[in-house]
Design a protein around this ligand. Structure first.
Ligand SMILES: NC(=O)C1=CN([C@@H]2O[C@H](COP(=O)(O)OP(=O)(O)OC[C@H]3O[C@@H](n4cnc5c(N)ncnc54)[C@H](O)[C@@H]3O)[C@@H](O)[C@H]2O)C=CC1
Ligand SMILES: NCC(=O)COP(=O)(O)O
Length: 329
């Protein structure tokens, strides 16, 4: 059990973040969750949940009330109702994220779990990062190219080489250096945070049938294979390029620890199809632990008591496990 609690930012209060965090606390004993405190707006939790909740002034006050109430570190007095459209929700989400990252970097929290945010609403309040992944990397002083956004469930882990960019830009964004950098960040993250000594990485092709020896596209020959060779020279166990349409079946998934995918949906469609209810997002390559549920804000069901906390529970549990592993290293 961790001595220092995790910091869990509530995300956009108009979404389901407050509800899944509160429901996770409710199931803390059954799910054997490590201690955590929420960072966000107390009213946002009270709007969707009638369980016990108490504000704290600092992370070290969380332990004393963990058994009795959900501890909340308050970031703002005003908020937006569940399902609301006001941009104050995005500002709250950003303030909570900023504070939770800072507390984790300082060691006051043992790891960071982030609630779902709306990217378009964050952009509307001046957020100039593609997502929380890059924001956290910057706050930790790490170049985003040295981090990897890993989505993971019980039978599949994926890292997309390109993440939140328009599809039209994907091919130009792929390079030997970028693919090798993501593969390296992924392999080292699995070693360091997940205790997988020699991770097996399967690299996806980009074109149908991985290019059919160049007849259906040359990216596999010109970019992906040289990146695979570079990673192998560095000692990593890497295979591919694999035809993307067959590499996610159950038989093939059992042969690797992580699929390195060329773009967002190539990896996230299989991941969320298989593991939407317990899938998580982990940022690899940071000096701190950061996880998040795989789902988004789900504005359509916010405030209706319909949100499944499974992915948030998995994100909290994994953050605790990774934090314990890093502390013991
Ligand atoms: N971790 C994060 O911060 C993420 C944020 N997003 C953001 O979320 C916003 C909405 O994205 P969408 O593509 O609509 O995906 P979404 O995951 O928010 O919702 C997709 C569908 O799944 C349902 N759903 C999602 N989570 C659920 C849960 N825990 N229990 C029950 N049903 C659930 C929703 O009601 C909706 O019908 C976007 O603005 C996007 O930027 C998307 C993915 C991850
Ligand atoms: N599709 C995954 C996702 O949107 C996660 O983004 P973020 O954690 O970087 O904000």
């Amino acid at each position: 059990m961790l001595d220092t609690p995790l910091a869990v930012s509530l995300g956009d209060p108009a979404g389901i973040g407050p509800e899944v965090v509160a429901k996770s606390w409710e199931r803390r004993h059954a799910e054997r969750l490590p201690p955590f405190f929420a960072v966000g707006n107390l009213a946002a939790v009270e709007a969707v949940w009638d369980g016990p909740v108490e504000t704290i002034g600092a992370p070290d006050e969380a332990a004393a009330i963990w058994d009795e109430a959900l501890p909340v570190l308050q970031i703002a007095d005003s908020t937006t109702p569940p399902g609301g459209h006001e941009l104050i929700g995005a500002r709250n989400a950003l303030d909570a994220l900023e504070l939770a990252v800072g507390l984790t970097r300082s060691g006051a929290a043992s790891g960071l779990v982030t609630g779902p945010v709306s990217k378009v609403r964050l952009y509307a309040v001046g957020f100039n990062h593609p997502g929380q992944t890059e924001f956290v990397a910057e706050r930790c002083g790490v170049s985003r190219e040295l981090t990897a956004m890993m989505l993971a469930g019980p039978t599949l882990r994926v890292v997309p080489v390109t993440t939140h960019i328009p599809f039209r830009e994907v091919i130009d964004a792929l390079s030997v250096e970028r693919i090798a950098a993501k593969g390296r960040a992924a392999a080292r993250g699995l070693q360091r945070q997940f205790g997988i000594e020699n991770p097996r990485i399967a690299v996806a092709g980009l074109n149908p049938h991985a290019g059919e020896q160049g007849a259906l596209g040359r990216e596999e020959i010109d970019i992906i294979t040289p990146a695979i060779e570079r990673l192998r020279e560095e000692g990593y166990e890497v295979t591919g390029p694999h035809p993307p349409d067959v590499m996610f079946n159950a038989h093939r998934r059992a042969t690797y620890d992580l699929a390195l995918c060329m773009y967002h949906d190539q990896g996230l469609i299989p991941l969320k199809t298989l593991h939407f209810d317990d899938g998580i997002n982990v940022t690899l390559g940071l000096p701190i632990v950061r996880t998040s549920p795989d789902h988004g804000t789900a504005f359509d069901i916010a405030g209706k008591n319909m949100a499944d906390p499974g992915a948030m529970i998995a994100a909290i549990r994994t953050a605790g496990e990774c934090a314990a592993r890093l502390a013991a290293a």
